[in-house]
Design a protein around this ligand. Structure first.
Ligand SMILES: [Mn+2]
Length: 356
């Protein structure tokens, strides 16, 4: 595995030189922040991003995300034009040697949380989710509140220009059920597989977060059964998964190490973090340490090790602590501790496996 942190580009409040100082972090996961979904990327822009990262002593280990235009998800006639643009973006990435692309296929909302600064018993704050809040709020109000509580940062998946018209987006998706969304995903993947094969680009879909329908919108990457169906529908190694513990782990019916083992060879990117569950649909994020939350992080990292996972991995959201002012979930301190903890687990597992 390659330990990475997410990097939000030149306007990130956490500079590359700080990320470089986290032991064991070899690369960053980033994207082009000045492009809109559907717009083709240029090789020059990818080259500039890659060079700025390499100049700081790190590698561009993958892209999160190359966003998929809504017309592709909805299945509008204009989707073919946007798929052509997506292929151009992948070509630009392939020519610059980028081999892993994360994306998601969630309608309207990316990840969803109902509180961006819930205090933990240790005095840190974390992102939290309460299904009762989602069930009782208008989506537009929900979006406005989330945007207003992000400390002035534009959070990934919550870009204001994309979500300025939540009601229109809901209208556009009204005839898209889970089967249609799945079919549109397969159509998209079949169209991009040739360019992925040409440049050996591994596509890594991000699971839906939370792992059930929210606001009546369909969700299709939520559990082992539908992930395996998705992998088999386009049975090419370049069609793979981002294994996100925090997203799949929102549903306690999901056996996280079991899903990793079932998807052996098709997990191309891993997001590792811990959640504290209180009841179905009521949870908050926790420190990465197993003892701080619900998941056994040793078993998760061991399953990745045992299945030969060799892609980029990153600590996912962290707590906000030590007075840091940051994008909710994306402070440096707790993500740095998460990276060190995962590295420690990996080293212990590796040494105990190879030493008799
Ligand atoms: Mn994730």
């Amino acid at each position: 595995m390659i330990m990475t942190l997410r990097y939000f580009g030149p306007s990130d409040s956490i500079p590359l030189k700080y990320i470089r100082q986290v032991p064991g972090v070899k690369g960053v996961i980033s994207t082009l922040y000045d492009t809109k979904p559907g717009e083709p990327w240029t090789r020059e822009a990818v080259h500039a991003l890659k060079t700025s990262i390499e100049d700081a002593g790190l590698a561009l280990s993958g892209i999160e995300s190359v966003n998929v235009h809504d017309d592709i998800k909805i299945g509008l006639p204009s989707r073919d034009e946007y798929i052509e643009n997506y292929i151009r973006s992948l070509t630009a990435l392939g020519e610059e040697g980028v081999r892993m692309v994360c994306y998601n296929f969630m309608p309207v909302f990316d990840w969803t949380r109902t509180n961006l600064a819930k205090p933990r018993p240790d005095g840190s704050t974390v992102l939290a989710y309460d299904q009762k809040v989602v069930d009782s709020i208008d989506p537009q109000v929900f979006f406005d509140q989330t945007d207003a509580n992000s400390n002035g940062f534009v959070m990934p998946g919550w870009e204001p220009d994309r979500l300025a018209h939540v009601k229109e987006l809901f209208e556009a998706y009204k005839d898209v059920d889970s089967q249609k969304l799945f079919d549109n995903l397969v159509y998209f993947l079949r169209a991009i597989m040739p360019v992925c094969n040409k440049y050996d680009i591994r596509m890594a879909i991000h699971p839906d977060d939370p792992a059930w329908p929210v606001f009546g919108l369909p969700r299709i990457i939520t559990n082992q059964e539908n992930i395996l169906k998705f992998l088999h529908a386009v049975d090419d190694v370049h069609n793979g998964l981002t294994f996100c513990t925090g997203s799949l782990g929102t549903d306690l019916n999901n056996d996280l190490p079991g899903i990793i083992r079932a998807c052996k060879g098709r997990i191309h990117f891993a997001h590792v973090r811990n959640l504290q569950h209180f009841a179905p649909g009521l949870f908050e994020e926790a420190a990465h340490l197993s003892a701080d939350g619900t998941f056994d992080m040793y078993e998760i990292v061991k399953a990745l090790y045992d299945t030969g996972f060799d892609g980029p991995i990153r600590p996912d959201h962290g707590r906000t602590l030590w007075g840091e002012v940051c994008m909710p979930g994306y402070g440096l301190y707790d993500r740095a501790m998460g990276a060190c903890y995962i590295n420690g687990l990996w080293e212990a597992i590796e040494k105990s496996s190879t030493r008799k």
